[in-house]
Design a protein around this ligand. Structure first.
Ligand SMILES: [Zn+2]
Length: 197
């Protein structure tokens, strides 16, 4: 079992461009296994290669990670592409590259994605209004050097959570006051199971 080092924000590798995988050899299988091991050990449901310092278009997801009643169900996505997306959903997200930071993020409600498996075979997956749907979009963003901090429903909530973890300059007390003011103006912020990936 080999555990890789998770890269934390603002490590520049998180913003770098990531290369398509063209050789489906032993090294790719080893990377996938190491990424899964690292994801499970860090209690994540998803992990993208750039998060372990590897600039390649691979990501792993297991929405049953950490579940006691459901067996593990890992999926390795190589060179994933979104074929279609529709609707909108909001829910709380975390990211292994931002320890302790959670906030509401807006995503498409349904996605259809094609990807290759470890044999290079092309597969298609559809996910709607669930954790898998959210995780796929979060990890695919990583492959494009995009981070969830740019998709927050509330910039104030994001800044507050970032400030609490010492990842941004903002003043926690001031941001808490602002967030309360903002919450008074919105009807409600939907709550759903939080995700770390
Ligand atoms: Zn992430």
């Amino acid at each position: 079992m080999s555990k890789l080092k998770v890269r934390y924000y603002p490590d520049p590798v998180l913003k770098a461009s990531n290369k398509k995988i063209t050789m489906f050899d032993k090294s790719v299988r080893k990377l996938a296994q190491d990424m899964l091991d690292t994801m499970y050990e860090n209690d994540g449901v998803g992990l993208a290669a750039p998060q372990v310092g590897v600039s390649k278009r691979m990501m792993v997801i297991d929405v049953n990670a950490g579940s006691e009643e459901h067996p593990r169900r890992p999926i390795v996505f190589i060179n994933p592409v979104i074929l279609s997306q529709e609707g909108e959903m909001t829910g709380q997200e975390g990211c292994l590259s931002f320890p302790g930071v959670y906030f509401e993020v807006r995503r498409a409600r349904k996605v259809v994605v094609k990807y290759q498996n470890l044999s290079g075979q092309e597969l298609k997956i559809e996910a709607e209004n669930n954790l898998l749907c959210r995780a796929i979009q979060h990890e695919m963003d990583h492959l494009d050097g995009e981070l969830f901090i740019d998709k927050a429903v509330s910039a104030i909530q994001r800044d507050l959570e970032m400030a609490k973890q010492g990842l941004s300059e903002g003043d926690v007390v001031e941001l808490e006051t602002k967030l309360k003011e903002e919450a008074g103006q919105t009807i409600s912020i939907s709550k759903s199971k939080s995700m770390v990936s």
